[in-house]
Design a protein around this ligand. Structure first.
Ligand SMILES: Nc1ncnc2c1ncn2[C@@H]1O[C@H](COP(=O)(O)OP(=O)(O)O)[C@@H](O)[C@H]1O
Ligand SMILES: [Mg+2]
Length: 292
């Protein structure tokens, strides 16, 4: 009984993970310009020089996090001379937590939660970078969560001036902000701004045609053919454009799939993976869910 209840959605979803919040799509279009700007900043690191820093800005749901993850994937496939660390500052919002994440990524053990100071973790991470002769590229994602207690300057200052203490260590940062009201000239203290000197990379909202294409690709990856009608896709696209955030569309698709699956499970006892009820009936169910 429990098994049946848990498995009911399999008839509609080809791959339910496609609608998860941290899913990194295989095909990622419309951000070539931004990814190439970010990669230009990092390129010196491939030749053993210091990378340049970047500041990504754009409303939520414009592909900032995914662009950096895609770029990091590519770098890691290409070279082992660069360590790419992505930090979600909503979760790791102190300089200690950020450095602990870096240290762990470099292969160190998770530092003890108590009794270890920021300086100890920082030193351990720097020694590791020195020993492995690696450049660190650190992405501080959703850095608006570091604005309290001036944590953004507290973490950037030692990292950007790392060479003063550890001559051969090279660090580049990518700072991401989704909050469009942030005034950068007042955030960074002059001691940080003078070494940060970031290139700004802007992520504009997607056009209506781009939203449609992205959601269409997601539907093709996540649902079996015929599950989502053209009419329903257009409804989702319209709502997504109104909200101005791609996450809204992806979430609507997931919810509609789950709800329609539940309805169909009430009528059918489908073996896992089979396509039943007929696709027209299923897309009809999903359409109704949206129009209600
Ligand atoms: N160009 C794109 N192609 C496919 N999916 C995208 C694209 N841009 C964003 N997404 C999807 O939209 C959602 C939000 O993207 P994300 O990178 O987290 O945005 P941001 O970091 O700007 O808030 C994610 O599920 C992501 O996979
Ligand atoms: Mg993000």
């Amino acid at each position: 009984m429990t098994k049946k209840l848990l498995m009911w959605d399999e008839t509609l979803f080809r791959d339910p993970l496609v609608f998860e919040i941290d899913y990194v799509p295989e095909e990622f279009r419309f951000r070539e310009e931004q990814i190439s700007a970010l990669s230009f900043q990092i390129q010196p690191a491939l030749r053993g020089a210091r990378p340049l820093n970047s500041l990504c800005r754009g409303p939520p749901g414009t592909g900032k996090t995914t662009s950096v993850k895609k770029l990091f994937e590519e770098i890691e496939e290409t070279t082992n001379k660069i360590a790419c660390v992505h930090v979600n500052c909503k979760i790791d919002n102190t300089r200690y937590a950020i450095l602990a994440k870096v240290y762990k990524h470099l292969g160190g053990h998770q530092p003890q939660a108590t009794g270890t100071s920021f300086k100890q973790v920082y030193d351990a991470a720097c020694r590791r970078l020195q020993k492995d002769d690696k450049t660190l590229i650190l992405c501080l994602d959703d850095a608006n969560y570091l604005l309290y207690e001036n944590e953004i300057n507290n973490v950037l200052y030692p990292l950007l001036r790392v060479h003063e203490e550890y001559e051969s260590v090279r660090v580049g940062v990518i700072v991401i902000f989704s909050d469009m009201d942030v005034d950068f000239s007042s955030i960074f203290e002059s001691r940080v701004a003078s070494v940060l000197r970031p290139t700004e990379v802007f992520f504009a909202p997607y056009s209506a045609a781009e939203v449609e294409e992205i959601l269409r690709m997601r539907v093709a990856q996540g649902f079996y053919p015929g599950v989502v009608s053209e009419e329903m896709l257009q409804l989702v696209v319209d709502q997504t454009i109104r909200a101005g955030d791609l996450r809204v569309g992806i979430d609507l698709l997931k919810r509609a799939g789950l709800s329609a699956g539940m309805i169909s499970a009430g009528h059918m006892r489908c073996p896992s993976g089979s396509i039943s009820p007929p696709s027209s009936a299923r897309s009809g169910m999903m359409r109704n869910l949206f129009l209600e």
